[in-house]
Design a protein around this ligand. Structure first.
Ligand code: RI2
Length: 328
């Protein structure tokens, strides 16, 4: 157990928090499921006064939300669980957290399965598909198409500076899917050789903007210029109710040390190195979102938010962030 501010947080929960911060646990969907798992562990292992359970679990929720700022799947997971105990206390609240966390994880895995079936329908035999970064949702679509006997090939980017593209290349090769690994900067050279682009998603705003791994918007621009379809594969949990309520999406700024070495920075003190982890792709460049609900045109993003979260939930999330989660 690790000392919290007032409460003792289980070591496994601290591990998940550190894992998300350090990107040992990464990918918007996995981050969300891990956050739900962390809340479940925190509830299961709680040994304090049950009267204190609700503020304790809110404290853990707050710590989880603060790990990384961009992927909305993380607060969506936390609010899915926490919103269910707003009128509960004690043992009722504890049991509800455990049940809701399990429910969220099951729901999110089912969504992944469903969207892979829908996405695979868009892929024709012989297609060459470009992807960027490592997205579990994209891999599940590609794997489904491959398992259906479609002879596909993939061109995938390195995804600097953290090279998540290497994970994608390794996973696809282990499935047996032919994959060609390219530098990010060569995308425009290869875009005319692909039939479609599919990337993942970290956040989708109510007006259809896609926030995904940095470099995505350049690929979308190249795809648009060449008339190539550009899709994002995403579970409904990447849609942002808070954006409907006017909430901003914060683009995570990571350490320059992921781009250049400490020695290089010391040798070049006048150079400013920036490392944004994500960028924003406008709806005009997006053919559609491949979701568990179907293929959604970007302008219909708000309908997913209405259907899956309810339009009030965005205001509720923002209010909770401002009030209940303002625990320092
Ligand atoms: P899945 C990743 O972010 C990428 O931006 C990827 O497209 C997105 O999460 C979605 O991933 P990071 O955690 O949920 O590597 O599809 O910064 O796995």
């Amino acid at each position: 157990m690790v000392e919290g501010r007032h409460w003792r947080i289980p070591r496994e929960v601290e591990d998940i928090i550190d894992g998300i911060k350090s990107m040992r646990i990464r990918g918007a969907g996995k981050i969300a499921r891990s956050a739900a798992e962390a809340l479940k562990i925190a509830a299961l292992k709680y040994r304090g006064d049950l009267k204190e359970f609700t503020p304790y679990i809110n404290y853990v929720a707050h710590k989880l939300i603060r790990t990384r700022p961009t992927a909305v799947s993380l607060p969506n997971a936390v609010f899915y669980v926490i919103s269910r105990i707003k009128d509960l206390t004690g043992e009722d609240a504890r049991e509800t957290v455990i049940k809701a966390a399990d429910e969220f994880i099951t729901l999110s895995k089912k969504a992944l399965d469903r969207l892979s079936e829908i996405g695979a329908k868009l892929i024709k035999d012989g297609y060459v598909i470009m992807t960027h970064c490592h997205s579990t949702a994209v891999v599940s679509v590609l794997q489904k198409a491959w398992n259906q006997g479609k002879s596909i090939r993939v061109i995938n980017t390195e995804t600097r500076p953290k090279f998540q593209g290497r994970i994608t290349a390794r996973v696809l090769a282990s499935i047996g899917i032919p994959v060609t690994h390219i530098p990010d900067s060569s995308v425009r050279m290869f875009i005319n050789r692909v039939d479609m682009v599919i990337v993942g998603a970290d956040t989708i705003t109510s007006d259809g903007h896609l926030i995904n791994k940095v470099g995505t918007s350049l690929i979308a621009l190249a795809a648009w210029e060449s008339g190539t379809s550009f899709y994002s594969a995403t579970e409904f949990i990447k849609f942002s109710p808070a954006s409907f309520a006017g909430g901003d999406v914060i683009i995570e700024e990571r350490s320059p040390l992921e781009v250049v070495s400490e020695d290089w920075i010391k040798a070049n003190p006048k150079v400013n190195v920036l490392n944004p982890a994500f960028d924003v792709t406008p709806p005009e460049y997006i053919t559609g979102f491949i979701t568990d609900l179907g293929v959604i045109p970007p302008k219909a993003a708000v309908l997913v938010i209405k259907e899956m979260f309810g339009l009030e939930s965005g205001y509720m999330q923002l209010k909770l962030i401002e009030e209940e989660y303002a625990i320092e």
